[in-house]
Design a protein around this ligand. Sequence first.
Ligand SMILES: Cc1ncc(COP(=O)(O)O)c(C=O)c1O
Length: 372
Amino acid sequence: MALASELKARGKDIIDLSVGQPDVPSPAVAVKAAQRALDAGFTRYTASSGIPDLRRAVAGRYRSLHGAEWQESNTVITVGAKAALFQLMQTLLDDGDSAVLPTPSWVSFGEQIRFAGAQPIEVPMAAADGFRLRAAPLIAAIRPNTRLVLINSPSNPTGGCMDGDDMGRLVEACAERGIVLVSDETYEHFVYDGRRHVSAAAWSAAFPETVTVVSSFSKTYSMTGWRVGWVVGPAALIEKIAALQSHLTSNVTSFAMSGALAALQDAQADVDRMVSSFEQRRRLTVDALHALPGFSCRAPAGAFYAFPNISDCFSEGRHGSVLWAEYLLHKAGVACVPGAAFGEDQHLRFSFACHEDDLKQAFERIRRILPV
Ligand SMILES: Cc1ncc(COP(=O)(O)O)c(C=O)c1O
């Protein structure tokens, strides 16, 4: 991203498919609610766990959609999912601990685990079945010093999801060992081909001490810059996270929470529209990438990234995802993310949360610079 911005600043025409954010505006209801809150002078500190209405609305959503028994006391509003995860790692992990993590995985997971003094135990998921998240290898990787298993379904960067059988088995295995399952469901609404998102929340009533879910307004409502996310889980853990937050950020921006509440209550139509347009962009992206010589690309089950294997393009002089991402940036003017950033050097990640014309042009530019 830094290199792409530098080239752009120097006047080069770059199509940026590296960014992890939808291109549509935030919902109008959210914008208006935040403006109203500002006009009404809602600009002071709030309770550090978040405004009660928003905490209740988030908990209520899990009750109605997934049969959870979570209430306001099980919910803390955080500065995006990133801060939620960071605070969770700080609360649950200590020096000498470990955390089980399926890979390829989002760049911040491993760093956050290490920053808390613990070691990630990385468990590779198989490319052959679309990086589907499987419980068995994760359970087998749990060690006596493991404090949590951290999953992300749908996954950034692979789009791989966990199905209900695997989720049930994983929750039970964590509960038997007295460890926590942290489920990052940031991309929960972005699932395709008629699939339904499987939330760990559906097991929270049966295993209330085990299941912890993180999610966010960022991707679902195209509100990445607002910085509003949440954690739901056991009340005692939520209290500790809120205590840490009170010394860290105090609270999420007051009027951003007002906007977020309006989005949660009234923006489902915006979400549905966005997801159905992403379904079309996904098809376009996967077909175009798969047709490129040396690229092999499956349709991701969820999220909004294509993650093709490009190892057939590797040559002695240009081997590995980093050199290939740089090559595409300099020669084709297309920015993507090297798979090495996620622990998988044979792949590149392309976001399809971009305008269709940009996607078409980007893949045509790549086609022109590849040897046939
Ligand atoms: C898997 C995953 N979790 C969390 C986040 C952070 O999201 P937020 O903007 O809510 O902090 C991202 C953002 O890219 C992500 O991909």
